[in-house]
Write a protein that binds this ligand. Sequence first.
Ligand code: G1P
Length: 185
Amino acid sequence: LGHAVLRAKSHVGEHSFAVLLGDDVIDSRDPLLERMLEVHAATGDNVIALMEVPRDQIHLYGSAAIETTSDTDVVIVTELVEKPEPEVAPSNFAVIGRYVLRHEIFEVLEKTEPGRGGEIQLTDALQFAAQHPEVAGGVRGVVFSGRRYDTGDKLDFIRATLRIAIDREDIGPELRGWLKDFSKD
Ligand code: G1P
């Protein structure tokens, strides 16, 4: 992911920018990116999205050590570890696939050595930023509690498709009826 983001350097220039991971679907009825942009505008920090997950799932994500702020949904991120074993994870706050980043993160990524899985990890660059806010800005987290689907997981992919489709005015009613009949078999 770090290498992929670095490919965008010449297109972004000296602006802050957002990264949206396509396999992490956030239900548009539960706004997340808007809130992250607000926090970025107010603080100038890099902003990541965090979600609490059960301990036994933290090894699938970046994990963040956090400090609370006066805003209940905003935290200061003090440490980040990519896909840790549960016993060494700083917390069960998982990084999910939305980021609002300062352009200085590109210089940090250029110096980031391959980490977990032998790949350049965005989490490692953000860990550097969290510990050296004077170089690339600090890191804040927006804690998300809305609907998120990990379409990298087969069952979650199907759930996301059905949950979103069922609430649509155009195809929802017909789908609902069809599902009822289908599940009788
Ligand atoms: C990436 C990030 C990880 C993050 C996850 C969110 O991992 O490296 O820190 O928690 O996205 O979906 P991936 O799922 O691409 O392996």
